[in-house]
Ligand binder design. Structure first.
Ligand code: NAP
Ligand code: MG
Length: 497
């Protein structure tokens, strides 16, 4: 979609057809850089979700999808990957307009990652294999991996296109069908999957899109008895609610919040470490689950690193998402801007010292958008709210440390366990600490790099299960064990025949 093509209007996508919501309700999607209406999206009711689940069930049980080989499913996913690269510019623009993220990020990070994810699972679709298991003489034992069934997928607004791909690609490679509820705040590129799958020849009902509210469409999906698994990305609070709602009834996979620590030792390449921590803290305006949000710096270089950070962060170019020079865009909504401002206030109230930012930019041209300056704090108590709670904005708390053992304990002192980073040129120390950090991803001398090929997910309250990588196929398949009696005479326990 080009800048001049006006506002988007998106219907529900159910059983291969675009249609209005039952009851005809719509919701508006705002541009975070102006708070003007960017699009209108049909608002799925519980009844719409029920119909989508029924379509997904039919497609799973009896449609053409059911009879396809993995290689054939892979071919469709490969087409989708190619179409995404062909439309990279338009998709990047739409994602930037919807989320507020800089166009350089959408173009170079989000959209290419999605294409890589579809390509990766296209290649795996044909090699989902079972095992033969030695169980002793007289028996053949083998396993088969089968799709789970109907997957209910729910995502947040920060990396909408990316997070949808992490569910859709492995779920489809494995032969499942999907009912998808994107976040209200940024649903537009996710709705675009309807066009992509349609054109790639995905059979009707295999993917269904039901945008709407969490409390109605989302709730209808998680409560539905005919949904076999919920794959969720979002806050720990909603994730906990989903676990309770689905307990014992359906499978649940959760990707939730984080409070990632980064640790810089004095022997690190300090300039490179600072650059990586900035990418860790400010990518996507800090609205990133695996962000660097707590920076621990060895005391002897604390002042030097802090000054470098202030100098460089001050130069980050904040501006409209579609400007190629922009390096940081606005928060997703007025509400999220308010959340970040409240955290900044709580930091000040709890005695932290503001080193940089902490306010909206002066620039009059940006006043209609939800902009906030990148913000650095020091003198933060370990138990301050900004040290413990996920802010989901461009706010970094900096702490000095003395000892390795001490800093590992402080880094691990959190309910979350999604990501962590260590910066040092001591190879042994890096790997020693990587082994001690309780997080699903540990970066060494880098931050915020996620690959389609490698597993991603959280320890502790950051998640349940792993997305991406080869193992994600396991998350979207059931294992069936088959036992075969090989004996000529047959089994006779009672001996009375
Ligand atoms: P959220 O409030 O938990 O919402 C996530 C999704 O759940 C939205 O689509 C939301 O619908 C829906 N939802 C809300 N209540 C629901 C209910 N009762 N039943 C079913 N669905 C419901 O999260 P957010 O504020 O959008 O996103 C930010 C959070 O996502 C942060 O905590 C961040 O760390 C986390 N995140 C994690 C990862 C990861 O991979 N670990 C990646 C990105 C983000 P609405 O449209 O109504 O909001
Ligand atoms: Mg939006």
């Amino acid at each position: 979609m080009s800048e001049h093509s006006g506002s988007q209007r998106r219907q529900l996508y159910i059983n291969g057809q675009w249609r209005d919501a039952e009851g005809g309700a719509w919701f508006e999607v705002l541009d975070p850089s102006t708070n003007e209406v960017l699009g209108s999206v049909a608002k799925a009711s519980a009844q719409d979700v029920n119909e989508a689940v029924a379509a997904a069930r039919r497609a799973f049980e009896s449609g053409p999808w059911h009879g396809m080989t993995g290689v054939e499913r892979g071919a469709i996913l490969r087409k989708v990957a190619a179409m995404i690269l062909e439309r990279l510019d338009a998709l990047a623009e739409l994602e930037s307009r919807d989320v507020g993220k800089p166009i350089t990020e959408s173009k170079n990070v989000d959209i290419p990652h999605v294409a890589a994810t579809f390509e990766f699972y296209a290649n795996l679709a044909g090699v989902i294999e079972g095992e033969t298991i030695p169980v002793g003489s007289g028996f053949l034992d083998y396993t088969v991996r089968e799709p789970i069934g109907v997957i209910g997928a729910i995502t947040p607004w920060n990396f909408p296109f990316v997070l949808a791909a992490r569910k859709l690609a492995p779920a489809l490679a494995a032969g499942n069908t999907v009912v998808f509820k994107p976040a209200q705040l940024a649903p537009l590129t996710t709705m675009g999957y309807g066009d992509l799958f349609h054109e790639a020849g995905l059979p009707p009902g295999v993917v269904n899109l039901v945008p709407g509210t969490g409390s109605e469409a989302g709730e209808a999906l998680i409560q539905h008895p005919d949904v076999d698994k919920i794959a969720f990305t979002g806050s720990t609070e909603v994730g906990k609610h989903i676990t309770t709602a689905c307990c014992g009834i359906k499978r649940v996979q959760l990707e939730m919040g984080g409070k990632g620590p980064a640790i810089i030792f004095a022997d690190a390449d300090l300039s490179a470490a600072v650059n990586s921590v900035m990418f860790g803290a400010f990518l996507n305006q800090g609205e990133t689950c695996c962000s660097a949000t707590r920076l621990y710096v060895e005391e002897s270089v604390y002042r030097k690193v802090t000054e470098m950070l202030i100098e460089r962060t001050r130069k980050i170019k904040i501006g409209p998402p579609l400007d190629p020079a922009t390096q940081m865009g606005p928060m997703i909504s007025r509400g999220q801007l308010q959340v970040v401002e409240d955290y900044i206030k709580s930091g000040l109230d709890q005695g932290a010292k503001l080193l940089l930012g902490g306010a909206r930019p002066d620039d009059e041209g940006l006043s209609r958008g939800n902009y906030i300056l990148p913000t650095l704090f020091e003198n933060v108590a370990d138990d301050a709210r900004i040290a413990r709670e996920e802010i989901f904005g461009p706010v970094l708390a900096i702490f000095p440390f003395r000892q390795e053992e001490e800093v590992v304990a402080r880094a691990n002192d959190t309910l979350y366990g999604l990501s962590a980073g260590v910066f040092s040129n001591d190879v042994k120390r890096c790997h020693r600490i990587a082994g001690q950090l309780r997080a699903g991803t540990v970066w060494i001398n880098v931050f915020n790099f996620v690959f389609a090929e490698a597993p991603y997910g959280g320890y502790k309250q950051s998640g349940l299960g792993r997305e991406l990588g080869v193992r994600s196929i396991e998350e979207y398949t059931e294992v069936k064990n088959v036992v075969v009696d090989l004996s000529a005479e047959g089994f006779d326990w009672y001996g009375i025949s």
